[in-house]
Design a protein around this ligand. Structure first.
Ligand code: NA7
Length: 538
C-alpha cells in the first residue's frame, strides 16, 4: 500500500503501532491468512524502544523474559548481551524480528492515525491518517503500548527557553551532546533515574527537580558470555512455563511464607536475599503483603529506606531522597545503577519541589520560588498519560458516532482491557484494566493479549460472524471485579501513573488489573471456552 494512497477495498485488519505488540499481532494475523496493515508514526519498528532513546534507557525486566516466544528459531538465534539490555539492543532485537519474518512490507511508517470511525453500514473501521490516506478494515487493533503519550507539564514560559528543552520520550535519534552543559532534569521516576545516573558524570552541572522521592533497587547487570547464554537457553522451556504462572509475568515464583509469621531475623534475612539479587524480585516476587498490609508495607519500606540512606553522604540530601509519603512497591519501582551516589557529586544539586516550587521556565533556565537556575538544557522526564493517552489522541468513534475521547473524560471503561462496549471489532492491547497496562512484564502480558485477540478473530471467521463486542453488563461486571480487588490494595490509594494521579483531572481508577496474570488469563480463557458468552457476536 503506497503511503499516500486511499483504499476502497477494506483490509481484514489494521494494527496501530509497530512495537512489541504490533509486530507479533501482524505475524499472528498473517498466519490466519488475513490481509493486515500496521500503521506507525515512527520511522522504524520498536515502539517504546524506538522513541525512548534517551541516555541510559534500559529494560528493568531481564532480557531472557523480555522477548517473544512464538518462534524457536528466533529463540535459538538471538543472543542477549547482558541481563538487562539497553535501549539500542532492544531496538536491534525488534528490527531483527521485523526482518526475520519479513514484516516491514505490511507496515506504513511515518504515518499517524488521526481518526478511526466505526461504519455501521459496512461493518468496518474507517481510518484517516495524517498523510491524507483513508483506510478501511474489519478489525482495528490498537498496539499503542501503555506508555506512549508523553506528558509535558504546562509550565509557564515553556516556549521562551533559549536553550534546548526535550521530553525523554521524544529524544532526538541523533542524540544531544550534553558534555559541559548545565542541565536540569524534571522528574525522578524510572526514566528520570536512568537519565540522571547516566549523564551526571559528563555534564558541567546537573540540577534535579524532584517532586516525589522514589524507592529504587540496585541493578546487578552482568554481561553474558556464550556459556551464560547456553545456560539461559537450556532453561527456556521452564522459563516459558514460569512466566505464565507468576503474578506479574516474571519467571520467579513469589515468596509464599506470610511475612508476619516469620521471626524478625528471618524477615530481615529474606529481604537481604531478595535485595541482593539486584533485580525487581524484592518487589514482584517478595512479600505480597506490601501491596495491602500497612504494617508489612512500613517494615519493608523501612528496610529499603535504610539501604538508600546508607549511600548518601549528606543527611539533609538523604532526607529529601528517602521516600516517606508512600510504601515501597505501591508505585513503579525502578532499578538503578549508582543513582543515589549521584547526589554525593559536587556537580549535582537536588531541588525538592516540596521545598521550592517551579514557578516558570525563563529564557535562561527555571525559576523556582527560591530563585532562578541557569540552564542550557531542560530534560522533561515527566512521564506519560498511561494506558489511555495513546487511545484518546486518536478520534475514535464507535456505534452512533460516540467519541471514546469524550466518554473517557467521564469514565474510562473496558472489558478486560481488550474490548469496549459500543466499539465493535476494536481490540485494545495494553488498555486499562488488564495486567498488561501496568502490573506485568510487558512482553508476557502483551503476547497473551495478542494470542487472545487472534483466537477471537479466528473464532469469528470459523463461525462466519462479522463482529464482536462486549455487552454492557459484561463490561460492568469486569469493572466491579477490578474495583473490588483494587480497593483492597495500597497501590490504589497511592498517587501515581498507576492510578491516573499524575494527570490533572484524569478519571482515577487503578489502571492495571491487580488480580495477577494467572487469574486474568483464566478469566480470558473462560470467555473463550464459553464461546464468548457475554459478548455479542453478529
Ligand atoms: P513517571 O514514573 O510518571 O515519572 C514522572 C516523574 O516526573 C515523576 O517524578 C513525577 O513526579 C515528575 N513530574 C511529573 N509532572 C511534574 C511536574 N509538573 N512538576 C514536577 N515533576 C513532575 O514516568 P517515567 O517516564 O519515569 O516512567 C514511566 C514508566 O516507564 C515507568 O514506570 C516504567 O514502567 C517505564 P510525581 O512522582 O508525579 O510527583
Amino acid at each position: 500500500m503506497p503511503a499516500t494512497a486511499s483504499h476502497n477495498e477494506p483490509l481484514d485488519a489494521v494494527i496501530i503501532g509497530a512495537g512489541l505488540t504490533g509486530l507479533y499481532q501482524l505475524w499472528s494475523l498473517r498466519k490466519l491468512g488475513m490481509r493486515v496493515r500496521v500503521i506507525d508514526a515512527a520511522s522504524g519498528v520498536g515502539g517504546t524502544w524506538y522513541w525512548n532513546c534517551y541516555p541510559g534507557a534500559r529494560t528493568d525486566s531481564p532480557s531472557n523474559i523480555y522477548q517473544y516466544w512464538f518462534s524457536e528459531e528466533l529463540l535459538d538465534e538471538w543472543n542477549w548481551s547482558e541481563r538487562y539490555c539497553g535501549h539500542a539492543e532492544s531496538e536491534r532485537y525488534f528490527n531483527h524480528v521485523a526482518d526475520r519474518f519479513d514484516l516491514r512490507k505490511d507496515i506504513s511508517f511515518n504515518t499517524r492515525v488521526d481518526a478511526a470511525h466505526w461504519d455501521e453500514a459496512t461493518g468496518c473501521w474507517n481510518l484517516r491518517t495524517d498523510q491524507g490516506e483513508t483506510v478501511s478494515a474489519q478489525f482495528l487493533i490498537t498496539a499503542l503500548g501503555p506508555l506512549s503519550a508523553p506528558v509535558v507539564p504546562p509550565f509557564q514560559g515553556h516556549d521562551s527557553f533559549k536553550g534546548r528543552l526535550v521530553h525523554t520520550a521524544r529524544w532526538p535519534r541523533e542524540g544531544i551532546d550534553l558534555k559541559g552543559q548545565r542541565v536540569g532534569v524534571i522528574g525522578t521516576g524510572a526514566t528520570g533515574i536512568q537519565v540522571i545516573q547516566t549523564i551526571a558524570p559528563e555534564v558541567a552541572h546537573l540540577t534535579v527537580f524532584q517532586r516525589t522521592a522514589n524507592y529504587a533497587v540496585p541493578m546487578t547487570n552482568p554481561r553474558y558470555d556464550d556459556a551464560d547464554r547456553a545456560a539461559i537457553r537450556a532453561r527456556y522451556p521452564q522459563t516459558r512455563e514460569a512466566i505464565w504462572t507468576t503474578f506479574v509475568g516474571f519467571d520467579e515464583p513469589g515468596e509464599t511464607r506470610p511475612y508476619l509469621s516469620l521471626p524478625p531475623e528471618e524477615r530481615r534475612a529474606t529481604l537481604e536475599r531478595l535485595w541482593s539479587d539486584g533485580s525487581l524480585k524484592i518487589w514482584v516476587a517478595g512479600f505480597m503483603e506490601i501491596f495491602f498490609d500497612p504494617v508489612v508495607s512500613e517494615e519493608v519500606s523501612d528496610f529499603v529506606r535504610e539501604k538508600i540512606r546508607a549511600r548518601i553522604h549528606d543527611p539533609r540530601v538523604a532526607d529529601k531522597l528517602v521516600p516517606r509519603d508512600h510504601g515501597f512497591g505501591t508505585r513503579r519501582v525502578p532499578l538503578e545503577t549508582g543513582y543515589f551516589e549521584v547526589f554525593n557529586r559536587d556537580n549535582v544539586d537536588l531541588i525538592s519541589l516540596h521545598e521550592s516550587k517551579i514557578e516558570c521556565i525563563t529564557p535562561n533556565g527555571i525559576r523556582t520560588s527560591a530563585g532562578e537556575i541557569p540552564l542550557d538544557v531542560i530534560i522533561l522526564a515527566t512521564g506519560f498519560d498511561a494506558g489511555t493517552g495513546g487511545l484518546t489522541a486518536i478520534d475514535i468513534r464507535g456505534r452512533g458516532g460516540v467519541s471514546l475521547r469524550e466518554e473517557w473524560k467521564k469514565e474510562v471503561r473496558t472489558t478486560m482491557g481488550l474490548q469496549i462496549h459500543g466499539y465493535p471489532n476494536l481490540f485494545t492491547t495494553s488498555a486499562p484494566y488488564a495486567p498488561a497496562s501496568a502490573f506485568c512484564n510487558a512482553p508476557t502480558c502483551l503476547q497473551h493479549q495478542v494470542q487472545w485477540i487472534t483466537d477471537c478473530i479466528s473464532h469469528l471467521r470459523e463461525h462466519d460472524r462479522h463482529t464482536i463486542e462486549p455487552l454492557a453488563q459484561t463490561e460492568q461486571r469486569w469493572l466491579d471485579h477490578h474495583d473490588e480487588l483494587a480497593n483492597l490494595t495500597l497501590v490504589a490509594k497511592t498517587k501515581s501513573w498507576y492510578t491516573g494521579g499524575n494527570i490533572e483531572g484524569k478519571h482515577n481508577r487503578l489502571l492495571g488489573y491487580i488480580g495477577g496474570l494467572p487469574a486474568y488469563r483464566e478469566a480470558c480463557e473462560k470467555v473463550k471456552q464459553q464461546g464468548y458468552e457475554g459478548f455479542e457476536l453478529a
